[in-house]
Write a protein that binds this ligand. Structure first.
Ligand code: SF4
Length: 520
């Protein structure tokens, strides 16, 4: 059976996965996800490009999220979503689904532009989902899922597609603001927090993914049970939220970035819970202790479903952790550079609270330049660029970071400037919203545009959330972004040329050359 998928950075040969997914996705699953996508376009058509009700919104958002890279490998669960989508579509009066062949075939530039919008919408669905489970919704955002999916099933000129991409970028900013509001109102504003990479003896559970709501429920259910909780991957910033860090059994962070999990989980006597993407096919040696929840799925892994009022019962995860018992002694682990302490919590509230110090440091020349070195991590050796870039950045520069790309360098101690650490972790990928707010505030303080600030964005991309963030940055008119480790396969040469001409997007080269070009 053949398939086609080119939605992530590790796509086969830099062109597309056609036999099986490099991520482990089987052709059956890929084709079922395409069928779901085409049914969702049918649903959006039946709904007239506008969300009809909350139940349909949830179905649209969950279904899109299930097609994001490393989220759901379970064909049966995808098929259930197709069945629900068809039923809902028929309730709304019915409409024709999009033709599956047309999804990835046709005029190369139209396919490229349509794919860019579709993949951005898939990315945004993850953020909307996390806000949704906390009860935060926004009509403009919800409606745009339906408008966008209906639009994807139509023909447009290149100019119209580009206008749609910019409109989508602005909507995604709203969606990221919605999630920021959901997280900070539920758990407080992040505060700078040191996080150990060591694991204490005794039973423990490692929580991976982005969903703070799941982590909170698990913390409540494990309190007083002699089980410690550790974050993994994109869950690291959870340590900085006051309403989460108050739990004394939230101990530290396990492992490094997501792509190392098959090596790092092997033989570990603890349970693992995946709340969102970044799940890799588990090895048989540890599959018995991996649990999924929410939209995540993998055949054979135990799934924790949502119960009444969204409450989940994590008893099977807790029992597995107790059965495994954890390490008999405290264990010392390090990040990839040998450090055993990470710092997080430099989100917008914290950074803006010291804005005067930052502005003064820039004016006095103590801080010469800011780099936002952020985005996803991945397996390619070329991603070493980001470690080297940060190591080589001059001592009078500050590194802002977010998302899991930071595991390349977040255990480095780069010292401080004027009392501020030289590496400031702003949070998960969604916290690009924080970075944008800080950049806009600095631009206001210096009475200039963001493009005129001593700030350069050096981004690493892997999956679809990076696509929606990139479109938001472009919709804000942000130029001169360095992008790597390779350019998306779904950008045709003509579309890439347009982006380069309009926004001066630059592929990364070497740390030495790029630093020289940026700093002069
Ligand atoms: Fe290939 Fe990435 Fe698609 Fe997986 S998600 S099938 S690796 S392009």
């Amino acid at each position: 059976m053949s398939m086609f998928c080119f939605q992530c950075e590790q796509t086969a040969g830099g062109k597309g996965c056609v036999k099986t997914g490099v991520c482990g996705k089987k052709p059956e699953v890929s084709n079922t996800q395409d069928e779901l996508t085409c049914a969702l376009i049918g649903l959006a058509r039946a709904a007239g490009g506008k969300c009809p009700d909350r139940e349909t919104a949830e179905l649209m958002i969950k279904s899109l999220f299930a097609t994001v890279t490393n989220v759901n490998f379970d064909e049966g669960r995808i098929r259930e979503l197709i069945d629900k989508t068809e039923a809902k579509k028929n309730e709304l009066g019915g409409a024709e689904n999009f033709n599956m062949w047309d999804l990835w075939n046709g005029d190369v530039d139209s396919v490229s532009l349509r794919s860019t919008l579709l993949l951005g919408i898939r990315g945004m669905s993850a953020y909307a989902y996390h806000a949704f489970v906390l009860g935060n919704e926004d009509d403009d955002v919800t409606n745009w899922f339906f408008k966008g999916m209906k639009t994807i099933g139509e023909d447009h000129s290149a100019e119209e597609w580009l206008e749609l991409l910019m409109e989508f970028g602005r909507i995604n900013l709203k969606c990221m603001a919605l999630l920021d509001e959901a997280n900070t109102s539920a758990y407080g504003h992040p505060v700078p927090t040191r996080v150990t990479t060591n694991i204490e003896k005794g039973p423990f559970i490692v929580v991976s993914g982005h969903d703070l709501h799941d982590l909170k429920m698990l913390l409540e259910q494990t309190e007083g049970k002699g089980i410690n909780i550790y974050t993994h991957g994109e869950m690291l910033p959870a340590h900085a939220y006051p309403e989460l860090k108050k739990y004394s059994h939230l101990k530290g962070n396990f492992g490094t970035a997501w792509q190392n999990q098959q090596k790092e989980f092997d033989g570990v006597p603890g349970a693992f819970l995946f709340t969102t993407n970044c799940l890799m096919p588990p090895k048989a040696s540890y599959a018995d202790r991996v649990f999924t929840t929410a939209v995540v799925g993998y055949p054979g892994l135990r799934h924790i479903p949502e119960g009444e009022n969204g409450i989940k019962d994590f008893t099977p995860v807790i029992e597995k952790a107790l059965e495994l018992g954890g390490y008999p002694e405290d264990m010392i682990f390090t990040g990839i550079n040998g450090g055993s302490e990470l710092t997080t919590g430099f989100a917008r509230n914290t950074v803006l609270s010291v804005a005067d110090t930052v502005i003064e440091a820039v004016k006095s020349g103590a801080i010469r330049h800011f780099f936002l070195v952020g985005g996803c991590d991945g397996a390619k050796p070329g991603r070493n660029y980001y470690t080297e870039f940060v190591k080589q950045a001059p001592k009078d520069t500050v590194i802002l970071t977010l998302a899991c790309g930071k595991y390349r360098f977040n255990d480095l101690d780069l010292g401080t400037i004027g009392g501020l650490p030289r590496i400031m972790d702003m949070g998960q990928c969604n916290d690009a919203y924080s970075a944008i707010q800080v950049a806009l505030a600095l631009a206001k303080a210096f009475d200039c545009t963001v493009n005129e600030l001593p700030l350069t964005l050096v981004l690493s991309w892997y999956e679809q959330k990076a696509v929606c963030i990139l479109l938001t940055l472009l919709s804000l008119g942000i130029k001169n972004i360095y992008l790597g480790p390779s350019l998306p396969a779904f950008l045709s040469s003509n579309v890439l040329k347009i982006l380069v001409d309009q926004f001066n997007i630059k592929p990364i080269t070497t740390p030495e050359q790029d630093l020289k070009e940026i700093l002069g």
